[in-house]
Design a protein around this ligand. Structure first.
Ligand SMILES: Cc1cc2nc3c(=O)[nH]c(=O)nc-3n(C[C@H](O)[C@H](O)[C@H](O)COP(=O)(O)O)c2cc1C
Length: 331
C-alpha cells in the first residue's frame, strides 16, 4: 500500500504531485495527470489582486472538479490584505489546499513584488502567509518557493522556517534560484537543507521526469513528496510509473499507439472544456499534441506539423500517420 502524508488535515499519497504550470496545467491537463495517478494537482497561478478587482477568468481558473481532487488553488500577490481577501473568495470553490506562489521568476510578477521577489523579503512572505492562513480557516495553506533569489542568497531554509512559523502546512521547493529561471540543474542540497530545518512536509521539485529521478529526489533530499512539472509534458504516464512503484505493482510504458490514443483523448478534453471554437481551442492543444510525439523517429518534423493543427480530424490523421511511421521502424 502506498504511504500517505498529511498536508494540514489532507491525506495525500506519497507518490508524485503535479506542479502548477500557468498556460500548461489547465483542467484538461490536470485531469489527465490525476487519472494517471498524480497525488494531487495545483491550479495555474491566479493573481490575488486580480481576483479582488474582477471576476473575469476567476471561475475558469479556480473551478475544482471532483476528479481533480485533491487540488490546490495557487495565488500570487505581494500584499497581505489582498491575499486574505483573495483566499476568502477562492474558498467558494472549495479547494483542498491553498498554495501561495513565492517562486515565479517572470518580470511581470516579480516587478509587483510577488512570486520569487518574496524570497528577498522574508518578513513580508511570512505576513502574506499568516494572512492567508488566518483567512483559510481549516483549509491548509502551502507555500511554493525557489532555492533563493541568486546563488549568493540561498535562503530557502530560512524562508521555509518563516512560513512554517506563519502557519504554512507544507513548503514546496524548486531547487533553482530566481536568477537561474529554468537553466542549470535543480539543486537537491538546498531541498535537503530545508527538510532538515522545518517540521512541516517538504515537497521536492525540479527536473523529475521519471521514476529514477523521482527516487533520487526522495532519497537525496529526504523530502516528503515529489512534485513534477515539465517531466509530465505529453507524459501523464510518469505518474503511473511512480504510483506503480510505490504500490509494488508492475508497470509497462505505453507504446506509440497508446500514446496517440491518450494524446487524442487529451485533445478531446481540451475541446470539450474550452468555450472557444474548435479552431481556437486547437491552438491550445497544439503544444500538447507535439509533446506526446517527443523522443520518436522523425518527431521534430511531426511536432512542427502539430503547430499547424486546426481541427480534431487533422489531429486524428496526424496521429495515425505518426504511429504508422513508428510501426514501419519496428516500434
Ligand atoms: C510553463 C510553466 C509554467 C509555470 N507556472 C507556474 C505557476 O503558475 N506557479 C508556480 O508556482 N510555478 C510555475 N512553474 C514552475 C513549476 O511549477 C516548477 O516549479 C518548475 O517547472 C520546476 O519543476 P520541473 O523541473 O519539474 O518542471 C511553471 C513552470 C513552467 C515550465
Amino acid at each position: 500500500m502506498t504511504k500517505t502524508i498529511l498536508i494540514g488535515n489532507k491525506k495525500i499519497e506519497r507518490t508524485a504531485a503535479l506542479a502548477p504550470m500557468a498556460g500548461v496545467a489547465d483542467r484538461a491537463y490536470r485531469l489527465m495527470c490525476k487519472e494517471y495517478g498524480a497525488a494531487y494537482v495545483v491550479s495555474e497561478m491566479v493573481s490575488a489582486k486580480g481576483i479582488c478587482y474582477s471576476d473575469r477568468k476567476t471561475a475558469e481558473l479556480c473551478t475544482v472538479t471532483g476528479a481533480e481532487r485533491p487540488m490546490a488553488i495557487q495565488l500570487f500577490g505581494s500584499e497581505p490584505e489582498f491575499m486574505a481577501k483573495a483566499v476568502d473568495i477562492v474558498l467558494r470553490y472549495e479547494p483542498d489546499i491553498i498554495d501561495i506562489n513565492m517562486g515565479c521568476p517572470v518580470p511581470k510578477v516579480v516587478n509587483t513584488g510577488a512570486g520569487s521577489a518574496l524570497m528577498k523579503d522574508v518578513d513580508l512572505a511570512a505576513q502574506i502567509t499568516e494572512a492567508a492562513v488566518k483567512a483559510a480557516g481549516a483549509v491548509p495553506v502551502t507555500v511554493k518557493i525557489r532555492s533563493g533569489w541568486s546563488k549568493d542568497s540561498l535562503n530557502a531554509p530560512l524562508m521555509s522556517k518563516a512560513v512554517e512559523n506563519a502557519g504554512a502546512a507544507a513548503v514546496a521547493v524548486h531547487g533553482r534560484t530566481r536568477d537561474q529561471f529554468y537553466s542549470g540543474e535543480a539543486d537537491l542540497e538546498v531541498i535537503k537543507s530545508v527538510k532538515e530545518t522545518v517540521n512541516i512536509p517538504v515537497i521536492g521539485n525540479g527536473d523529475v521526469k521519471d521514476l529514477a529521478s523521482c527516487l533520487k529526489m526522495y532519497e537525496h533530499t529526504g523530502c516528503d513528496l515529489v512534485m513534477i512539472g515539465r517531466g509530465s509534458y505529453g507524459n501523464p504516464f510518469v505518474f503511473a510509473e511512480i504510483a506503480a512503484h510505490f504500490k509494488g505493482e508492475d508497470y509497462s510504458p505505453p507504446d506509440v499507439d497508446e500514446k496517440m490514443r491518450v494524446m487524442l483523448r487529451h485533445i478531446r478534453m481540451i475541446l470539450e472544456i474550452s468555450e472557444k471554437s474548435e479552431e481556437l481551442a486547437m491552438h491550445e492543444a497544439r503544444k500538447h499534441a507535439a509533446w506526446y510525439m517527443n523522443g520518436y523517429y522523425g518527431s521534430a518534423k511531426f511536432r512542427g506539423r502539430c503547430y499547424q493543427l486546426s481541427s480534431y480530424a487533422e489531429a486524428e490523421a496526424l496521429a495515425e500517420e505518426f504511429a504508422e511511421l513508428q510501426h514501419s521502424r519496428g516500434l
